[in-house]
Ligand binder design. Structure first.
Ligand SMILES: Cc1cc2nc3c(=O)[nH]c(=O)nc-3n(C[C@H](O)[C@H](O)[C@H](O)COP(=O)(O)OP(=O)(O)OC[C@H]3O[C@@H](n4cnc5c(N)ncnc54)[C@H](O)[C@@H]3O)c2cc1C
Length: 462
């Protein structure tokens, strides 16, 4: 039998790759991770973590408004965005070092350098030579997508990475792309006083989310002065004076918008090029690596997880897929794949939005027989007590089966509240199980209980 350096050789130390390596070592395998940049991938360095650090500080700015409501005069004129930026980098760097520590603690070798796959058992690391593994896991992630006429130049047209690296904010920005990343940047910039124009080509912001939930967010954004353009396409831009004029085409015809910078966040491209897939005979499908059960590719012993495969581009999805691949390799009992209806997603803005499963539109399109319960946040006393009464909790339930089909929460702490509902779904509990469980008073979680009671026809506080 051939001798390999490692049982598992992972390409890419993002949340997919490093988590898979740790899980594999927990199950007795010897693993190494090859990384050309900092450990932690997009998520920790130029994604989830620095963006949430900015959002946290945006929320502090937002609190100034609440303080004013109780007579506290807040002078925000001393805002030093350079310090806000520095805080976000500190958080990212600390967590990237944390991944380094976790890899060391688990005795996983971190091999620095760009890796190119040369066979099913070998990766050539530039400047370091060949490393061999009995099995390979590809977790090379993704990068920002540009569109014709809007090449990233780091000055006028920024990617999400460019926006995260700004040490000074523009006065006016046009965000192209109304998905989660675009909506989060619109929230951040607006909170720091930037004039924000948010443009989405489809007819709804956050097109994959439930319309009723998105409406709550839309109202809040409009109230805060964020200008929203749906069913609108950006066709080009030209320099004008100190800024740029961007051409938009929408329902109401053509218009030009003058801003200082453009933030282009219209999706991400999987990093499947230049990593040596040809050596394996793997052909990407729409840029993604095709995978089957347990995230196995068509090549024996080669797995792929995270943003390089065609599943939601989310850090927790990448990590869970990495765990499944590692567990399968180790012969451990594990799910075949993630259940797409039990994958939670979140948008961190004010108000927060979190969801899983069917939207009302998708349930109708699928021809499902379902009932819906929509409980207003203000029905949970705690939301009023903390001055956050706007929001809703929505549950979709199979009309006959009573199975939880989907949940959509928009409002304060939505990104935490979603988990109780998701736990119920994954444990195959029914709304009546949540409805009868005693919840602490006063909490926002009482809203979850009331939503479930509403589905059962006996909500008390509505
Ligand atoms: C601004 C922003 C905010 C986000 N916010 C959230 C959020 O709040 N929640 C959430 O769940 N998701 C969020 N995401 C998405 C999340 O970051 C990704 O889904 C996640 O990072 C994917 O993990 P991954 O392991 O597949 O790949 P990545 O994190 O992209 O990691 C891949 C790694 O592979 C390395 N690599 C690539 N090619 C090679 C090579 N040839 N040799 C060596 N190394 C290589 C890269 O340097 C990188 O470190 C956000 C993304 C962005 C851009």
């Amino acid at each position: 039998m051939a001798n390999y350096d490692y049982d598992l050789l992972v390409l890419g130390a993002g949340p997919g790759g490093y988590v898979a390596a740790i899980r594999a070592t927990q199950l007795g395998m010897k693993a190494a991770v090859i990384e050309k940049d900092k450990p932690g991938g997009v998520c920790l360095n130029i994604g989830c973590i620095p963006s949430k650090a900015l959002i946290h500080q945006a929320e502090l700015m937002h609190c100034a408004t609440e303080l004013e409501a109780i007579g506290v005069k807040v002078d925000a004129s001393g805002l030093d965005y350079g310090k806000v930026f520095a805080f976000s980098r500190k958080a990212a760097d600390m967590l990237s070092r944390g991944v380094d520590y976790l890899l060391k603690k688990n005795k996983i070798d971190l091999i620095s350098g760009e890796g190119i796959i040369t066979s099913a058992h070998e990766i050539e690391v530039k400047g370091r030579g060949k490393v061999t593994g009995k099995n390979l896991l590809i977790a090379t992630g993704s990068r920002p997508r540009s569109i014709p006429g809007f090449d990233f130049d780091g000055k006028t047209v920024l990617s999400s990475t460019g926006a995260l690296m700004l040490e000074k904010l523009p006065k006016r920005v046009c965000v192209l792309g109304g998905g989660a990343i675009g909506v989060e940047f619109a929230h951040i910039m607006n909170a720091f006083g930037v004039e924000v124009h948010l443009v989405e080509m489809l007819d709804q912001l956050l097109p994959l989310e439930d319309e009723e939930a998105v409406d709550v967010l839309l109202r809040a954004f409009k109230k805060r002065g964020i200008k929203i353009y749906t069913s609108t396409k950006a066709t080009g831009y030209r320099k004008s004076g100190k800024g740029v004029k961007i051409s938009l085409e929408g329902k109401g015809g053509k218009q030009e918008l003058e801003v200082d910078q453009i933030l282009l966040v219209v999706g991400r491209v999987p990093n499947t090029d230049g990593i040596g897939l040809e050596a394996l005979g793997i052909k990407p499908e729409k840029d993604f690596i095709p995978v089957g059960d347990y995230y196995r590719t068509s090549v024996e012993g080669v797995y792929a997880v995270g943003d390089v495969v065609n599943s939601p581009m989310l850090a927790h999805v990448a990590s869970k897929e990495g765990e499944i691949a590692a567990e399968h390799l180790a012969g451990h009992q594990t799910p075949v794949k993630l259940d797409p209806n039990a994958i939670p997603g979140a948008v961190y803005c004010e108000p927060q939005l979190a969801s899983f499963g069917y939207t009302e539109k998708a349930a109708k399109e699928a021809g499902l027989k379902f009932e819906k319960a929509v409980f207003p946040y203000r029905g949970a006393g705690k939301s009023v007590a903390i001055g956050k009464p706007d929001g809703l909790l929505k549950l979709l339930v199979g009309a006959e089966t009573r199975e939880i089909l989907g949940a959509h929460v928009v409002g304060a702490q939505a990104t935490e509240l979603i988990h109780e509902i998701l736990l119920a779904k994954t444990a195959e509990l029914l709304p009546e199980d949540i409805a009868v469980m005693i919840h602490v008073h006063p909490t926002l979680s009482e809203g979850v209980m009331e939503m479930a009671r509403m589905a059962e026809g006996w909500a008390i506080h509505v």
